[in-house]
Design a protein around this ligand. Structure first.
Ligand code: HEM
Length: 204
């Protein structure tokens, strides 16, 4: 029997990496718009005008791909069962010493909250981005409120994404394989997502 089990099919992985590349493009092209401290980042794009153009283009790509990823996950990330509640009670074991074991399905509750946050943030960032993009079409107060909300959602997203990258790489070795190759080791699956593993391996 193979040591590996399939976790994600190619279209889902491609979608995830489109989300990732567009997210970091938005981050780099948007930093100079966020604060004068970061205007040096405009040079990466050959100046402010180009950076804004890149930001708008990456924004459209991020919006479409992130909402598609959210809808693809919707069924798995919006249901919390008793095993998830057990995970919440002990904060997934992250704050206690020693190994913790939970009967977790495809995603743990932390991953579900992250995915739901990114989905909601994408909708808010996209809507406020549109108001900022066409400021003359909308009331001044709406454009100003959008500027503030856009910045706040960006700060929240980058904080979540930093934790996400840590947990998907150094924090939980073997996890990145899922997004690189589409497969994970059976041992990894049994340890991190035993309930999901039971489903995909036919109750093994
Ligand atoms: C270098 C950057 C990134 C790495 C290495 C990475 C890695 C991963 C990995 C390995 C998974 C699968 C986890 C599993 O199988 O349990 C995953 C899932 C996911 N990623 Fe990323 N990711 C990155 C950036 C992003 C960004 C920028 C976003 C969104 C803005 C994002 C959103 C998601 C979502 C929604 C999922 C599914 C739910 C979850 O596992 O939390 N990722 N990522």
């Amino acid at each position: 029997m193979s040591k590996y089990v399939e976790r994600f099919q190619t279209p889902e992985r491609v979608l995830h990496w489109i989300v990732t590349v567009s997210f970091f493009t938005l981050l780099l092209s948007g930093l100079g718009l966020y604060s004068r401290l970061f205007t040096g980042y405009f040079n990466l794009f050959g100046g402010g005008v180009n950076a804004i153009l890149v930001h708008k283009t990456a924004g459209v790509i991020f919006f479409i791909s992130s909402i598609s990823l959210f809808l693809k996950h919707l069924k798995d990330i919006t249901k919390f069962d008793d095993d998830d509640r057990e995970w919440f009670k002990t904060q997934g074991g992250y704050l206690s010493k020693g190994e913790s074991h939970f009967n977790i399905g495809k995603y743990n509750p932390g991953q579900k909250i992250f995915a739901v946050y990114i989905g909601i943030a994408t909708m808010i960032l996209g809507t406020t981005g549109l108001f900022i993009w066409f400021p003359l079409f909308f009331p001044r107060w709406l454009v100003q409120l959008s500027l503030m909300t856009h910045g706040l959602m960006f700060v929240g997203s980058i904080m979540f994404v930093i934790v996400h990258i840590y947990l998907a790489t150094i924090g939980n070795p073997g996890t990145i394989d899922a997004m690189l190759y589409g497969t994970v080791r059976r041992k990894w699956a049994m340890k991190h997502h035993p309930k999901w593993y039971k489903e995909v391996s036919g109750g093994e």
